[in-house]
Design a binder for this molecule. Structure first.
Ligand SMILES: [Zn+2]
Ligand SMILES: [Zn+2]
Length: 114
């Protein structure tokens, strides 16, 4: 990864972690299966990434997963759970070779039930 890509990557990463923190802050979404699926997918994607912030972010992701998994539940049909857009950006930037994970096409809260 060259310097520019690294900077763009850091920005994208900060953005999605922000987005996830916002979802995690919504009480009913904390244990939502779609949120947990995204968190898990990103944690996995982050594992091989050499960015200074990556390990700190992974600690956050782990904490959210742990908290969410104490009370997991199906999607409540809310609009905020699955930040598909930033997640897709993340996947595009960080794992160009990887195929889209299930989370991108999986259950979403924005299915019109909210
Ligand atoms: Zn939700
Ligand atoms: Zn949900």
């Amino acid at each position: 990864m060259d310097h520019q890509a690294l900077e763009a990557g850091s920005a994208a990463l900060a953005e999605i972690i922000d987005e996830l923190a916002r979802v995690h802050g919504v009480r009913k979404c904390m244990g939502c299966e779609c949120f947990l699926a995204v968190v898990q997918a990103i944690d996995k994607e982050l594992a091989p990434i050499q960015l200074p912030q990556a390990s700190g972010f992974r600690a956050d992701l782990r904490a959210w997963l742990e908290q969410g998994q104490t009370r997991p539940h199906g999607c409540l049909g809310c609009a905020v759970c699955l930040p598909v857009e930033p997640y897709n950006q993340f996947v595009t930037r960080f794992s160009r070779s990887a195929t889209r994970t299930d989370a991108a096409d999986g259950p979403t809260c924005a299915t019109g039930r909210d």
